[in-house]
Design a protein around this ligand. Sequence first.
Ligand code: FE2
Ligand code: FE2
Length: 177
Amino acid sequence: MAEKSFPAALNEQIANEFAASQQYVGMAVYYDAETLPRLAQFFYRQALEEREHAMMMVRYLLDVGEEVHIPDIKAQATSYSDGVTPVQKALEQEKTVGEEIFALFELAREVKDYRAEQFMQWFVKEQVEEVALMGDLLNVVERSKDNLLLAEDYIARETPGEEGTDPTAPPAAGAGG
Ligand SMILES: [Fe+2]
Ligand SMILES: [Fe+2]
C-alpha cells in the first residue's frame, strides 16, 4: 500500500516547482546586479518554466477533480560568493527534481493511476533536458569563471534553453485554450 495519495504527492511537487521558480528568480537577480544580463535572462526564463511546471500540475489536479494547494513563499538567496555557484546549485536542484519526478511516476504505477502515470511521462523527458541544459551551462561557466563575459557570449550565440513551444507539453492552468 502506498503511504501517500498521488494528489497529495503532486501537491508537494507543486510546492517544489514554485520554490524552484523563486530560487531561479533569486539567481537571475544576482546575475542582473552583476551586470551579466544573458545569465540573468537565462535564469529569469528558467524561473518562468518552473512556474509553468507548477501550473501544469495545477491544471491536472483541477481536471481530475482533486484539491489544489498553493504553498507559502520561502525567501531565496539573491547573492552568491561567485558566478559559478548558482549554476552548480541549479544543476543539483534539477537532479533532485528528477528524483522527485521518478518517485511520482513510481507512485502512480503503484496505485495503478494510469492517467497520473501518463501525465508524469512528459516530466521525465523534461528533466532529462533540464539536467543536460544545466550541465552544459556549468561546463561553460566553470571554463570562463575568471571572465564570465565569455559565458555571456556563449549564451548569446547558442541561446541554450530557448527551444520554443513543445506541442507535447501538458496544458497549464491559466494558459488559455
Ligand atoms: Fe520543473
Ligand atoms: Fe527545472
